[in-house]
Design a protein. Structure first.
Length: 251
């Protein structure tokens, strides 16, 4: 969560006719501006506004996907997995419209803060760590609050499909954080795909660099069945697009 002291960002993609992508960049409040769950309120507010204005912008109101990296990956996971969770809806901006997404793509995803390791020498249990600042308390002293900010808490069956991508040399957010979420989704028979890229660090371009192609482990769980492979498919925009087309039911 190294960028929680900054303004987070997500990308929301919606399909419009003819088949193409409309992309909206969303900035959310940082932990220095507001504590959790304000960041989730912000991304959901953006989704509601876009859905309410779908006709104006030629968007497919039932074909929304959310994408982000690092803290944006956490926001992606939270927004994707908490559709219908009233306590995380908020009342910012447009209301009375669904904030649910139909798919998510998260890079470098922080999940369970209590199982994360030290970030660049920083004691993550300290009151001034990024995670503690986000939730408003030293994380080991408020496990119930931390659990509310953990995407794993909201993993259930019939969740929107979620793709997770993580570098195995990430020094900021350990790749095991994405593994934890993937395993939770698999245990609930939700559909998910996990890319683990050897040698890639805390960088989306590094995770998607062709220099790593053919080395990645890919775990896919669908309908309570898991397959695991090495080297294919590659973590590329073409692969992400194919995933989204399937998830959003685009021909």
């Amino acid at each position: 969560m190294s960028d929680n002291g900054k303004s987070g960002a997500n990308t929301i993609a919606a399909v419009f006719n003819p088949l193409g992508w409309a992309v909206a960049g969303v900035s959310v409040r940082s932990s220095s501006q507001a504590k959790f769950p304000a960041q989730v309120f912000d991304i959901k507010s953006a989704i509601r506004w876009l859905r309410a204005n779908a006709a104006k912008f030629q968007l497919g109101p039932n074909r929304f996907a959310i994408m982000g990296d690092s803290s944006g990956g956490w926001e992606t996971d939270m927004a994707t997995l908490t559709g219908g969770v009233a306590s995380l809806e908020g009342t910012i901006g447009t209301t009375g419209v669904s904030s649910s997404g139909q798919a998510g793509v998260g890079f470098l995803n922080p999940t369970d803060f209590l199982q994360s390791t030290a970030e660049g020498g920083l004691n993550e249990n300290a009151a001034n760590s990024p995670e503690s600042l986000l939730v408003g308390c030293a994380i080991q002293t408020c496990p119930n609050t931390v659990a509310q900010a953990d995407p794993i808490t909201y993993a259930h069956a019939n969740e929107p499909p979620l793709m997770l991508l993580h570098g195995q040399s990430d020094p900021i957010v350990p790749f095991q954080q994405s593994v934890l979420l993937y395993d939770a989704l698999k245990a609930k028979c939700a559909n998910a795909q996990l890319f683990l890229v050897p040698g890639a660090g805390h960088s989306t371009p590094d995770v998607m660099s062709s220099s790593h192609f053919g080395t990645q482990t890919v775990r896919t769980t669908q309908n309570c069945q898991e397959t695991t492979g090495v080297g294919s498919p590659n973590p590329s925009w073409a692969t992400i697009t194919a995933f989204l087309r399937t998830a959003l039911n685009v021909g």
